[in-house]
Unconditional design. Structure first.
Length: 116
């Protein structure tokens, strides 16, 4: 059974940093691409960042390039999202996601609120 459990969200002031984690289980983590999405109130869910199975390839939404970094630890089945220089518009629920055996699998999400 695929499980994705996000953690690390919270309230942070503009310009601050947070590091999100997503612990994975129930599948061959080192064999799949992992993704972070986010969904702000009243908006559609959007792709924030992705990382290839080996970690050698990453992609970012234009809105987060240069501020966010996605990484992974295949020994510990965990994917991370380091978020720096946070802005109020980064406020959203952040989800990790993977496509495995014909299905999209999502975590429960973690709330990130950027506000002074």
């Amino acid at each position: 059974q695929v499980q994705l459990v996000e953690s690390g969200g919270g309230l942070v002031q503009p310009g601050g940093s947070l590091r999100l984690s997503c612990a994975a289980s129930g599948f061959t983590f080192s064999g799949v691409t992992m993704r972070w999405y986010r969904q702000a109130p009243g908006k559609e869910r959007e792709l924030v960042a992705s990382i290839s199975s080996t970690g050698g390839g990453t992609n970012y939404a234009d809105s987060v390039k240069g501020r966010f970094t996605i990484s992974r630890d295949n020994d510990n089945n965990t994917v991370y999202l380091q978020m720096n220089s946070l802005k109020p518009e980064d406020t959203a629920v952040y989800y990790c996601m993977t496509y495995y055996r014909l299905y999209n699998h999502w975590g429960q999400g973690t709330q990130v609120t950027v506000s002074s």
